[in-house]
Design a protein. Structure first.
Length: 279
């Protein structure tokens, strides 16, 4: 069983530094490397446990999900998990992580968990979105450590995680994605252009400490074109964009510009692809 949820800060630092000091991998894109590096690591790689440690560090204070809870919730899916771990080259420590669970039907956590909350069977969910017998990627967790949130680093770290999901999913030939998002994450992803459909027409519900969670479906091949269109709409002057611009007064046009830039950056991979590698 993985010990990642209980890794000490010293073990995390040693694991991250060992990878950063190893021979460099070829990145997904050409360009000048930045401060942050995203590593795509399968279960069994040392950085997968770093990803688990990041999950706990974020979800325990936010939702009360301690190591025992994480082990109980994700233990059945560990061998199907793929981790995107963002490393800070300057400090040699992690900045964020995403877990993807790959499988068919109820082999992924969202399809297994959703029926108890939305009143639809797994079969009804699969049929509603044409997923029966198809490989699904479950965007199971997104975690950014507190020190890397906010304007200075947060957009870069989260953009790397979203771009990695889009690119890695496309390269793997996966069409279907499912996710459970709390309301804040749902608003953010909608604003950058991700078309997220309620799973089998479901309504929000409480889940793992979040009072407002949505079970959602998306098509991975649509991510890049949808974000490209969203970026163009946000840079225009009309209202033909998805989502809601946050803030009031002068903050609204600034938030709109930031969202446009983030959508464009994730869609094109500009300054991101040169910082994404497979372990």
């Amino acid at each position: 069983m993985s010990v990642g949820y209980r890794l000490s800060p010293a073990d995390i630092a040693v694991t991250c530094r060992a990878f950063l000091d190893s021979p460099p991998r070829r990145p997904l894109g050409a360009g000048r490397p930045g401060r942050f590096l995203t590593v795509i690591a399968a279960d069994g790689h040392p950085l997968a446990d770093v990803g688990r440690a990041v999950e706990r560090a974020v979800f325990e204070p936010a939702f009360g999900n301690d190591a025992d809870t994480m082990t109980s919730e994700y233990g059945p899916y560990e061998q199907r998990s793929l981790f995107f771990v963002v490393l800070d080259r300057r400090t040699g420590r992690p900045a964020g992580a995403t877990r993807v669970i790959a499988g068919v039907g109820a082999q992924v956590k969202t399809i297994a968990d959703a029926p108890a909350h939305i009143g639809r069977s797994a079969g009804e969910i699969l049929d509603a979105h044409g997923m029966r017998g198809q490989t699904i990627w479950d965007f199971a967790t997104v975690a950014v450590l507190p020190a890397y949130r906010g304007r200075r680093y947060g957009l870069t770290v989260s953009s790397l995680l979203y771009r990695t999901f889009a690119v890695a999913g496309t390269r793997a030939g996966v069409e279907h994605a499912v996710v459970m998002l709390d309301v804040r994450a749902w608003r953010n992803m909608t604003l950058i252009g991700n078309r997220l459909y309620p799973l089998a027409g479901s309504a929000p519900f409480a889940y793992l400490g979040s009072a407002d969670t949505r079970a959602l479906y998306a098509r991975i091949p649509d991510f890049v074109p949808d974000m490209t269109r969203q970026a163009a709409a946000l840079r225009g002057f009309g209202d033909g964009y998805a989502g809601r611009i946050p803030g009031r007064g002068w903050r609204r046009p600034l938030a709109r510009l930031v969202a446009a830039n983030v959508a464009h950056r994730i869609a094109t991979g500009r300054t991101l692809d040169e910082n994404i590698v497979y372990a």
